[in-house]
Design a protein around this ligand. Structure first.
Ligand code: PRX
Length: 631
């Protein structure tokens, strides 16, 4: 197992070691894993190309380390504890032995369907054990998994399938979320209709048992393909730098990008950060409420916990079904020790009153975590008081899809716990703030742009099929540094508080939305001429989406608004739907024709009184109309 820091003194010592000699530091951690062939060089890097390689020439398999390695000491320990959508349904507990067997059977089924090392497999699934099994089965045989959040539309799914040139899609018949059944297989059928030529097969899990349409040449049932397989499958020998997965995320430009993570570094860092940030102990039950469709689910439901031999809960449902007490009831039912969720969920449940958590016995909780967006003071204190009962430190973990694992976070009970601060970087992470010219702000009590100066093992390697984009977005803004896209402040003792995105990305309920992506979708409406979206403060979601839309030949009324929402749902997903749509006659533009989002942000945030100088605009006259029509 990787190192577990247990005191402040040790944290300072480990941090210092990791900065003085990063290679020696990570070599020691990497050597706690099983390598079929040891690596002969720890790190090779330059941020110009960029080209980053960790644990060079080492051969391993992440599932060997997440499963086989634990069989001797904890084979009968629960690896995955699955809590169903409806509380009255049966909980499933898969021991490490059972999970290995299931993964092997699934891996054999994949081979049988012609999936080979390097092939891409898309998973579009509910939060059921088979999703984790499918992900691990890909890794077992060296296939590259790409999980697509099952709320995305057929269009978004087909875009991702085509970008990855995937050969196989795995889905269920229907997903269950609260009282709703979602026709997932139908969405996959629609995606294939839009054109997904690389897909050879669709493997369908019978989840609800409701009937689905069937294409007998391409569609295969999970139970018919997987259940008959042998329970052992050799773990493919993979190079440390072979691809483990692609995960699509939004950026400033229209098209989502496929963030690529490779095996060795991701393995070492997710396990190391999991053990330290959550201070996991052998008999603990750990629960992260994220969906595996996002990076949090990859790193801290599946890989980090399993690599560390933990018991990890997977929850199929939603926080409010059948009542808003569900999270707290699950914590009591399974005696959860570490609970990790998003500020948006905390705010939503906070609005339901504190008598709800007070009804559950939450005394097992030792560590509380948050992720995905800045947490406001009020939510932080509520979480501390009503869930942690003042006794469980809160780890406000800052990281990104691109970072693979948590980079900045308190260590519970070790470093101090200042509300709303992600605090200090983990060992190995050289986080700095810079000014817009890239000068490092070394003093405390400053605000700047958050960058990382030195590679860490689980960092992004490329954007799939477009290395140039990776270079431009992350490594070209400031020379020799990885640029996060976030603004942050340091307090007088150097603790970091991440304030939010400084690029054209909106963080809605902890999910990233590219402004251009949503605008492109809105512009698909036949009567929309132009649109601009910006984020604005939203009580529950953190940020809401505010759309300014110019139309022609359409009534500027709720019917058109409804149609626009339908277009966005069709093109992206319901989570990308604007909260407010304001019809306007013009959008404020610079003389070069660029939309001045700064002005729109002020209007959307109800701060139109401080617009500043607008005389340099091409069309200043439109601003008054926009202010008057604002919600
Ligand atoms: O703006 C930061 C915000 O979420 C972004 C990353 O989003 P994504 O790649 O979807 O990953 C989310 C889960 C890791 C960041 O650029 N963010 C994430 N965690 C925090 C945060 N903002 C403030 N505080 C955090 N703890």
């Amino acid at each position: 197992m990787t190192t577990q820091i247990t005191s402040l003194e040790e944290y300072h010592k480990e941090y210092a070691k990791s900065i003085e000699n990063p290679s020696a530091f990570w070599k020691k951690e990497a050597e706690t894993f099983h390598w079929f062939k040891p690596f002969n060089e720890v790190l090779k890097w330059n941020f110009e190309e960029p080209n980053v390689k960790w644990f060079l020439n080492g051969k391993t398999n992440i599932t060997y380390n997440a499963l086989d390695r634990h069989i001797r000491d904890r084979g009968d320990k629960t690896a995955i504890l699955w809590e169903p959508n409806h509380p009255e349904e049966k909980v499933v507990k898969l021991s490490y032995k059972e999970l290995l067997t299931e993964v092997c059977k699934c891996a054999n089924a994949f081979k049988n369907l012609g999936i080979k090392k390097g092939d891409r497999v898309v998973l579009y699934m509910p939060m059921v054990p088979e999703l984790a099994i499918g992900v691990l089965a890909c890794a077992r045989i060296g296939a590259v998994h790409s999980v697509v959040f099952a709320g995305f539309s057929a269009r978004a799914l087909s875009d991702r399938v085509n970008d990855a040139q995937a050969k196989l899609i795995i889905c269920s018949d229907f997903n269950q979320r609260g009282t709703k059944k979602i026709p997932v297989k139908k969405v996959v059928d629609d995606a294939l209709e839009l054109g997904c030529d690389s897909i050879e097969n669709v493997l369908v899990l019978k989840n609800t048992g409701d009937s689905v349409s069937w294409n007998s040449s391409k569609n295969k049932w999970w139970h018919e393909e997987v259940d008959k397989q042998m329970p052992y499958c050799h773990a493919e020998e993979m190079d440390s730098e072979d691809l483990l997965f692609i995960l699509y995320t939004s950026g400033s430009t229209g098209k989502p990008k496929g963030v690529v993570h490779t095996i060795g570094g991701y393995m070492v860092y997710t396990s190391y950060s999991f053990r330290n940030v959550f201070q996991y102990q052998e008999d603990d039950v750990y629960w992260c409420t994220a969906d595996i469709g996002w990076i949090t689910g990859h790193s801290y439901i599946i890989y980090g916990p399993l690599l560390s031999g933990a018991t990890t809960i997977m929850f199929e449902g939603i926080p409010t079904h059948p009542t808003p007490s569900r999270f707290w009831q699950i914590c009591e039912k399974h005696k959860v020790n570490q609970f990790y969720t998003a500020p948006t969920a905390i705010r939503a449940l906070m609005a339901c009153g504190h008598d709800l958590p007070n009804k559950s016995d939450l005394s097992s909780i030792r560590v509380l975590g948050t992720v995905g967006e800045p947490i406001n003071e009020e939510a932080w204190h509520w979480y501390d008081k009503h869930i942690g009962r003042g006794k469980a430190p809160i780890v406000d973990t800052w990281w990104q899809t691109e970072t693979g694992g948590i980079l900045i976070s308190p260590l519970p009970g070790i470093t101090d716990n200042k509300p709303t601060y992600a605090s200090y970087p983990l060992p190995g992470i050289q986080a700095v703030l810079v000014d817009p010219d890239g000068n490092e702000l070394t003093e405390n009590n400053v605000e700047g742009l958050l960058c990382i100066k030195h590679p860490w093992p689980s960092m992004i390697r490329t954007t799939y099929g477009d290395h140039e984009r990776c270079k431009t977005v992350y490594f070209s803004t400031f020379k020799g540094m990885y640029f996060t896209g976030d603004g942050a402040r340091k307090d007088d003792e150097g603790r970091i508080r991440v304030i939010g995105r400084v690029d054209d990305v909106i963080n809605v309920s902890g999910h990233r939305m590219g402004t251009a992506e949503v605008e492109n979708a809105i512009n698909e409406h036949p009567n929309v001429i132009e649109s601009a979206i910006v984020g604005y403060p939203h009580d529950i979601k953190g940020q809401g989406i505010y759309a300014f839309v110019i139309t022609q030949g359409a009534a500027k009324d709720n019917t058109t608004r409804k149609e626009i929402l339908e277009v966005v749902t069709r093109e992206i997903a319901p989570i990308a739907k604007p909260d407010k749509i304001q019809f306007v006659d013009g959008l404020p533009k610079t003389r070069s024709g660029k939309i001045m989002r700064r002005i729109l942000r002020k209007v959307a945030s109800n701060e139109a009184h401080s617009l500043g100088d607008i005389s340099t605009l091409l069309n200043p006259e439109c601003v008054q109309e926009i202010i008057e029509g604002a919600f």
